[in-house]
Write a protein that binds this ligand. Sequence first.
Ligand code: PBG
Length: 340
Amino acid sequence: MATTPFPPAGGYPRRRPRRLRGYQAMRDMVAETTLAANDLIYPMFVADGIADKNPISAMPGQYQHTIDSLKYAVSQALEAGVRCVDLFGVPQQADKDHRGSAAFSDDGILNRAIASLHTEFGDDVMIMADTCLDEFTDHGHCGVLTGDHFGRTVVDNDATVELYCRMALSQARAGAHIVSPSGMMDGQIGAIRAALDKEGFESVAIMAYSAKYASSFFGPFREAVGCSLTGDRRTYQQDPANITESLLEVDMDIAEGADFVMVKPALPYLDVLARVVDRSPVPVAAYQVSGEYSMIRAAGANGWIDQQAVMMESLLSIKRAGAGQILTYFAVDAARELSR
Ligand code: PBG
């Protein structure tokens, strides 16, 4: 990181910062941050029991895919230069249960989609799989529920982590390159790492959702995955008021074996991202979430902002704050813009 030189005595009499802003070639040469298609990870949805891809109304341009339409969309993404996709599964309503069994059965929609993409693309497209139960539970929480000694209904940390391990193993068997535990259970990274290693999946990487906030910016995602949640996730995701806590989460995940750590959402949490980047010895990703995407799309559709320009500026800002990888629903649009 460049630091500001101390001001010389008498200030900067001849210095004109505008000299370096006069024309595009100069601006490009002095640009401190660049965005590349290789930085981008495309989150995608695959749904069970649908005949055709289904547009997500709160996220214009994004779909619940069939396995076939997913394959086609991934080939388009690859053509644009995007080489990593992050998959979320949407089971049929009837297949949801209290512990999200369809998440870890080999013939669950997410695992079938992973296997199909792996067969089609091999190592040309990295398949990252969301390792969390909320799409698969009938109550919509990220884990199994239990009663605590006060009689509160809570997500049972350790029982949930056991299921995450089974889910990660099923994803690895199906051909996932990266698993990404997003449920914010304590100890999830260490447990999953141990489970993967024990079964011979040492080469499967873990991208840890380390600093994930209980954010209202996730709103449109709930439609995207048909989530059954009523209530909120504040007993396991972080309070938006906190930053120090994120550093602890990141330290623990790295100690437990995370290959990447992540901050989520992105734009409203750039301060958190910058702090995490300062201290992380592993790559730090940021997730530009559904609400961030939909706001830009909505304002763009109304002609209130220039959608393409704001898209690129928001991604560049996330990169400037220090993200190495950006998960974004704009991945393909941005990759195309970059190759123009
Ligand atoms: C949980 C998960 C969520 C998102 C990614 N993984 C939803 C949540 O925590 O409520 C949100 C992604 C987005 O809003 O784009 N499996």
